[in-house]
Design a protein around this ligand. Structure first.
Ligand code: NCD
Length: 309
């Protein structure tokens, strides 16, 4: 089994062997980056970054990853200024970009868009987030980060915040369950993990996912507190967002109740769900998490392009 020529659309498409391969190649990439070694694996290859929604980390870490592998990058960071504004369909856009590039990463507000794009072209497509659905490359870098700081055996992870619209937690829950990591869910009732995701994960992995309503319920026993932003842009009613946001945050006083070596993660961007007084504590790991994005995306690019041996 190899990832050569494969699309990376959803964590549900991965076998554990694939994930193992990504993690081990990412380890190697991480070491190369630390040593400042120059890699030329993808010299002459072009990555296209098609971002129909805002992004800082996903787009720039993919671009960095491609450059660090000796390749180059073309792309756009919003639909503004592209032919989407003239009424071009996403499918026509990706079919056009396929004429220019060897591999593509796309972020789009429509759920299922990455699958549709992948079905429309022959080059590998990596899903950089499709609406509230999936964000598989983020979940892989999250898993890599958890493994790096805590290992994956015998730990308890809390996924917190907007579990309804947060695509990163949809993808991460699946990977954690694949590794038998005990995961609990913490969210307001209105933002709970969609039932079908809970059910299918429980059935597939024979686990029981417990849901809690507040940080206080889990802070004493978890090893990883993974917090997400309330996804304002996906709320049908802005008043509903205002009502929920603002009451959902952690600060350094809450962390006094945590295990000493508990780590706080966040895919970023944060709004105010992690108060800045958490940043200097030894719990904060979200910027290191963002750093892992480069090594993991180097691994993914290398593997889908047929390298990584
Ligand atoms: C996340 C996303 O876009 O889903 N960001 C990211 O890729 N690191 C999280 C978010 O926007 O809240």
């Amino acid at each position: 089994m190899s990832l050569k020529g494969k699309d990376i659309i959803s964590c549900r498409d991965f076998a554990k062997k694939d994930v193992e391969t990504v993690l081990s190649v990412a380890d190697r990439m991480h070491e190369s980056l630390k040593k400042g070694r120059k890699l030329r694996e993808l010299e002459g290859k072009v990555l296209a970054t098609l971002f129909f929604e805002p992004s800082t980390r996903t787009r720039l870490s993919f671009a960095t990853a491609m450059e660090r592998l000796g390749g180059s990058v073309v792309g756009f960071s919003s639909a503004e200024g592209t032919s989407a504004k003239k009424g071009e369909t996403m499918v026509d856009t990706v079919r056009t970009v396929e004429q220019y590039a060897d591999v593509m990463v796309m972020r789009h507000p429509m759920e299922g868009s990455a699958r549709l794009a992948a079905d429309s072209v022959d080059i590998p497509i990596l899903n950089g987030g499709d609406g509230a659905n999936q964000h598989p490359t983020q979940a892989l870098l999250d898993l890599f980060t958890i493994k790096r700081y805590k290992g994956l055996k015998g730990i308890k992870v809390a996924l917190c915040g907007d579990l309804k619209y947060g695509r990163t937690v949809h993808s991460l829950l699946y990977l954690l369950s694949m590794y038998g990591v005990e995961t609990v869910l913490v969210s307001p009732e209105e933002l709970k993990m969609p039932d079908h995701m809970v059910k299918s994960t429980e059935e597939q992995f024979g686990v029981k996912l417990k849901a809690y309503r507040s940080f206080e319920d889990v802070i004493r026993f978890v090893d990883v507190l993974y917090i997400t932003r309330i996804q304002k842009e996906r709320f049908p009613d802005p008043n509903e967002y205002e009502r929920i946001a603002g009451s959902y945050y952690i600060d350094s006083s809450l962390l006094k109740k945590a295990k000493k070596d508990m780590i706080v993660m966040h895919p970023l961007p944060r709004v105010d769900e992690i108060r800045t007084d958490v940043d200097p504590t030894p719990h904060a790991r979200y910027f290191e998490q963002a750093q892992s994005g480069v090594a993991v995306r180097m691994a993914l690019l290398s593997l889908v392009m047929g390298g990584g041996k």
